[in-house]
Ligand binder design. Structure first.
Ligand code: SF4
Ligand code: SF4
Length: 174
């Protein structure tokens, strides 16, 4: 026969918990640092002169198991150049309602355009704002960088960019 006090057992657990030390972290007032290689918000990186590293190849989108990435590539022209070489990512979106933070997109990227930051505060109150575009993903311009579109550095090839031998626009070559 069933013990009539059984339904009260759950209340006993609740009651005893009331007197235990509170283990809740004091977020958001106190933010604990993440692990160094934490998989947070993505970032689209730039070369030292500000040109974008993304070539719009879509390899990241094809690698994504959650179908969270949407890319549209377009051709650079000499009048309007956003990245070295032929192509750049004209539309780039990551849907953080889908992303599982696996990092496979990072591994697929041939130019190291895509990396992940330690930023984890991406909650929002509507679905549309959790689809991040280039406005949120593109790395900010650092000193010495010029906002694209602009030409490649004189005398340089796209290979020089990929090899990291291009310097910031205001630096003097050694
Ligand atoms: S981290 Fe994983 S799930 Fe998120 S966008 Fe990259 S491949 Fe897709
Ligand atoms: S982020 Fe990398 S893999 Fe994705 S489209 Fe750009 S260059 Fe290609």
């Amino acid at each position: 026969m069933r013990n009539p006090l059984e339904p009260l057992a759950g209340f006993g657990v609740t009651f005893s918990s009331m007197f235990k030390k509170n283990n809740t972290e004091l977020y958001p007032e106190e933010k604990a640092p993440t692990a160094a290689r934490y998989h947070g918000r993505h970032q689209l990186n730039r070369y030292a002169d500000g040109l974008e590293k993304c070539i719009g190849c879509e390899l990241c989108a094809w690698a994504c198991p959650a179908d969270a990435i949407y890319v549209e590539g377009a051709d650079n022209t000499e009048e309007e150049r956003f990245s070295p070489g032929e192509r750049y990512g004209s539309v780039y979106q990551i849907n953080y309602l889908r992303c599982i933070g696996c990092g496979l997109c990072i591994e697929a990227c041939p130019t190291r355009a895509l990396t992940m930051t330690n930023e984890y505060e991406m909650a929002d109150d509507n679905r549309a704002d959790l689809i991040y575009g280039k406005d949120k993903l593109l790395a900010p311009l650092e000193p010495g960088m010029e906002s694209p579109p602009h030409p490649m550095q004189p005398g340089s090839t796209d290979e020089d960019y990929y090899r990291g031998s291009v310097i910031a626009t205001n630096e003097v070559p050694q």
